[in-house]
Ligand binder design. Structure first.
Ligand code: GMT
Length: 407
């Protein structure tokens, strides 16, 4: 049974590459359950934007999570939000969210006749989906797991999570991830021999766009966006600014929040540049903030793709990032941004200085960055790939006909 599904998904991969356009235009609508972390973070943002785009294309999208995802307006036509409530009985030192989520998934799937579940970030969403599938008896409920990064690179490699992560990935009816690096890493590390589909992060280029007038105002600005976890190396942003300021009157704008915010604030004081670093905290409208910037600094230890860099590129803001993980899937060094070694703050600062002081160079990279976003990662190109993949997974599970008929 599993082998048949594997063969069918492999056939799909060839088919999908040849006929994406046709597949998108067939236009069978689906009822899709999406689960993600609703807080600030790349995987939740991708899941939310995907759901919104799918709803716009006529699909019915049900978000199942413990809170309304930050970028989601639940009043949007075609979007439904189902909250997961976790009871806090005194016996529960650790409230069993995974189980409450599985129950809610099964309930929503039955009640709304979902065609499939799509979970973002393996832990614990994938195992909840597997349980929900087993609880759903009236018809088969396929589920797809999308691996976003730290669910594999950090969390999945924790000994206590390794076996369950491997198990839930292997039992997924479809597996996607966001870069070639992630595909290889997952396959090698977990010994997964099922096909893993690479579907890159995407950006809405109509919403995220350059604003040259805003860039002309005030001093030069370097932007950093993240959840300020150690993997993001935010202190490198502050150290790099100290070097940049020796040559250019620039400021650093830090968007987001997390454990390394206070250490970064402290370092800025120690280096005497605190008045040139603005900490904005969590931001809801990145499409308004990013176009005002002149460069993005993403010095991560590892990065599965780098959604923040893609959003910046769409706005004509060239990224200076680290040559790590899946970032080379996105940035072509020297053409539409720069890639420098992890921890080499001097090299990163040199690139930032070049971008902020050479107008001709900046314009060339800004245009190329925008062109990359438009030609390779625009929403219009990537969403049809998810639609096609959903259909292939349903076909492999023998549920596609019923989905088509019921709509
Ligand atoms: O580190 C984050 O920004 C959050 C993390 C997540 O899973 O929520 O982001 C990951 O997923 C993003 C969206 O697919 C990717 O663009 C990021 O590269 C990835 N982060 C890391 O791998 C560190």
């Amino acid at each position: 049974m599993i082998n048949v599904a594997v063969v069918q998904i492999r056939q799909y991969q060839t088919f999908a590459r040849n006929s994406l356009q046709n597949q998108a235009s067939i236009g069978v609508t689906m009822r899709i359950g999406i689960t993600c972390y609703p807080t600030y973070g790349g995987s939740g943002i991708v899941a939310t934007e995907l759901g919104l785009e799918l709803a716009q294309r006529g699909h019915e999208v049900h978000f199942i999570s413990y809170a309304n995802p930050i970028r989601l307006d639940p009043g949007t036509p075609g979007i439904f939000y189902h909250e997961v409530e976790v009871s806090n009985y005194p016996l529960f030192v650790y409230p069993p969210y995974t189980l409450a989520l599985a129950s809610r998934m099964a309930e929503v799937a039955e009640r709304h006749q979902l065609d499939l579940l799509h979970v973002h970030y393996a832990i614990p969403h994938s195992i909840s989906a597997l349980l929900a599938q087993q609880m759903t008896t009236r018809r088969r409920l396929p589920f797809i797991t999308t691996l976003h990064g730290t669910d594999i690179t950090l969390v999945g490699t924790d000994r206590s999570y390794f076996p369950i992560t491997k198990f839930s990935i292997e039992r997924s009816d479809g597996i996607t991830t966001i870069s070639e690096f992630m595909r290889k890493r997952t396959a090698d590390f977990f010994g997964i021999d099922k096909p893993i589909e690479v579907i890159h992060n995407f950006v809405n280029c109509a919403l995220y766009k350059p604003d040259p007038a805003a860039q002309r105002q005030g001093k030069k600005r370097i932007l950093h966006i993240s959840n300020f976890r150690p993997v993001k190396r935010v202190l490198d942003c502050v150290r790099a600014l100290a070097l940049v300021r020796k040559e250019v009157d620039a400021e650093l704008v830090m968007a987001g929040d997390g454990p390394d915010r206070s250490p970064a604030e402290r370092l800025a004081y120690e280096l005497g540049i605190a008045s040139h670093v603005r900490f904005l905290g969590k931001q809801d409208h990145m499409e308004r903030l990013i176009p005002q910037m002149h460069a993005l600094h993403l010095p991560s230890e590892t990065e599965a793709f780098g959604l923040a860099a893609l959003e910046a590129m769409a706005c004509g803001v060239p990224p200076v990032a680290t040559n790590t993980g899946g970032v080379p899937d996105l940035i072509t060094n020297g053409a539409d941004g720069y890639l420098e070694p992890v921890g080499d703050v001097e090299a990163q600062a040199r690139r930032l200085i070049e971008l902020l002081s050479d107008e001709t160079l900046h314009t060339r990279l800004a245009r190329a960055a925008r062109a990359t976003a438009e030609s390779r990662f625009n929403t219009e190109l990537i969403i049809p790939r998810y639609e096609a993949y959903y259909r292939a997974v349903m076909q492999a599970n023998g549920t596609y006909r019923s989905a088509a008929v019921s709509n």
